[in-house]
Structure formats: C-alpha cells, structure tokens
Design a protein around this ligand. Structure first.
Ligand code: PMP
Length: 288
C-alpha cells in the first residue's frame, strides 16, 4: 500500500527505490522514540500538484527537531523543493507525504544530534472514509506538557495515540477523544476537535495538544466566512452539550463527528457549520 517496485524515496541525500532503502536495527530513534516527523498532503490542482501549507509543515518539523536536540542542515525551502521532486519522481498529484528525521546508531541515552532525513509519499485517500465518526472519551490522557514538548511532532508521543485508538476500536468506536491531565478536552488521536454550540465554534486552547495546521486553517476560514470561532477550556460536559462536532487534521482533513460516548449530537453533519467549512476547504485545496 505505501510503496511498490517503482516507488522512489529520499534517504540521506540519495534518491533510492523504497525496496532498497534500509535503516539499522541499532538506530536510537527506533528504540527510544526520538524521531520527529510530519504528515503533509499535496492536492492536484489545475496548474499541477500543490503541497498544502508546505512551509508551515516544514517550519513545524524544524521546531520539533529543535525540541529534541536533533540538528538538520536543510532549510524550509530546500525541504519543500525536495518534496516537489519526490512527487514528480513518483508521478503523484494527490498524495500524503511523510518526512521523518531519525538519529544514528546509539543505545545510550545521549541524543545523537546528527539527523538522517527520510522522505516518502503515497496515494492516501480519505483517512476514516466518508461516514461521520463515533468517538469515545479515552481512559488515556494526553501527555503532560511538563513531561515532553507536546507541540512537537515526536515519534515517541504517538505511543499515547496508538493506545487510545486501540482502546476505542476495542469498544467499537472510530476514534478516541483524549482529555488532558486536568480533565479538559484536548484532542483526538491524530486530529484536533471543534464543537458547535448555537452559531459559535469552540476548540480546546493550546497547552496540552498538538496545535494543528488544519486547526489554524479552519480558524482562519471561519474569519473569512463570518463564523465566530474561539479557543476555550472545555470540560467533557461542554463537549457532550454541543450541537455538533468535527475533527481536523492533515490526514483526516475535516471530518464530522456523529456521537460522543454513545450520545448523538442534535445537528446532523449536513446541517452543521462544519459541513459548510468543509465545502470551502475542499474548494481551497484544489484552487489554481
Ligand atoms: N493532533 C495530533 C495528535 C496529530 O497527530 C495531528 C496530525 N498531525 C493533529 C492534531 C492535526 O495536525 P495537522 O492539522 O497539522 O495535521
């Protein structure tokens, strides 16, 4: 699914067939979770493939690397340029792009700051499929911001997302809603969350979540569409009392949520502000 005999990837300055790209088993990132990565989409537009908010994603990658003391010599512009080359070499228009920075062979706990850069891309349609989602509140909380850099996209942080998603699936739900250590709503396993209450949209404040690039795009879209949208501290009761909800993320894009903890939101997806925003979003990503 991610690659075939013809797929080309970028690894440490070389373009290689995915089949022949190799990493060692003693790589520190593999054992201790100190890799940093991104999830980016490109969309086919009338004037060719466009990497959606490429600069913002690569700025976040460099920020994530800095928090983990991983150094990389590439600039944002060089990374964007390499990514367009990656798309061209694989003849991809609509694609999901995965840049990863990982560290060298080292079984000690001293961060080996020399980064290895891996870039790959594949054709990834809708992450969850078309249907609005059923969420369940997770027994796992989001990582404590005093234990790690929650605004960085670090591979090790995703053990928390994997556990929460597994538990949600085992209970028959599509995804988990995670609270922070104070009991406030934070985000889903790989996406941010918005709630509609009357004519207003609310999304959890920064501090215990990954502040998504799509979250920011949606907040900006609300500004241009005249929709009132605020960051707020939200309790689980606030979330359950909402009229509608949706998730945002690069993989997820904008996806309606039907229910939380088995309680169905009163507004259907098509009646909600989220579906209007979704329509605008779809037009923007494909615009020339
Ligand atoms: N939260 C988490 C935990 C995520 O993994 C993601 C996906 N990167 C998001 C939120 C959404 O971020 P973005 O819109 O930048 O993809």
């Amino acid at each position: 699914m991610y690659y075939d005999d013809n797929t080309v990837v970028y690894l440490n300055g070389q373009w290689l067939k995915a089949q022949s790209a190799k990493v060692g088993l003693y790589q520190q990132s593999f054992h201790y979770g100190n890799g940093v990565f991104e999830g980016i989409r490109s969309y086919q537009t009338p004037i060719g493939p466009r990497i959606w908010h490429a600069e913002a994603h690569y700025q976040r990658l460099l920020y994530s690397a800095k928090t983990m003391h991983i150094s990389i010599s590439h600039s944002v512009n060089e990374l964007v340029d390499l990514t367009y080359q990656l798309l061209e070499k694989n003849q991809l228009g609509d694609a999901y792009i995965r840049p990863l920075l990982y560290t060298s062979e080292n079984m000690g706990l001293q961060i080996d700051d020399k980064a290895h850069l891996f870039l790959c891309a594949w054709d990834w349609g809708s992450y969850f499929g078309e249907k609005p989602l059923h969420l369940v509140t997770s027994q796992y909380t989001r990582p404590d911001p005093e234990s790690c850099h929650v605004e960085a996209k670090v591979t090790g942080h995703y053990a928390n997302s994997l556990l929460a998603m597994k538990a949600a699936k085992q209970q028959g739900f599509d995804d988990a809603l995670l609270l922070d250590k104070n009991g406030h709503v934070a985000e889903a396993t790989g996406a941010n969350v918005f709630f509609q209450k009357g004519d207003v949209l609310l999304t959890p404040k920064r501090g215990h979540l990954l502040p998504g690039i799509t979250r920011k795009i949606v907040m900006d879209l609300c500004g241009s569409m005249g929709i009132s949208c605020h960051e707020a501290t939200l309790s689980l009761a606030d979330a359950l009392d909402a009229d509608a909800a949706f998730l945002t993320g690069t993989a997820v894009e904008i996806q309606g949520v039907t229910s939380l903890d088995g309680q169905v939101f009163p507004l259907s997806w098509s009646e909600s502000l989220g579906s209007n925003i979704h329509r605008q979003f779809n037009q923007q990503v494909r615009a020339a």
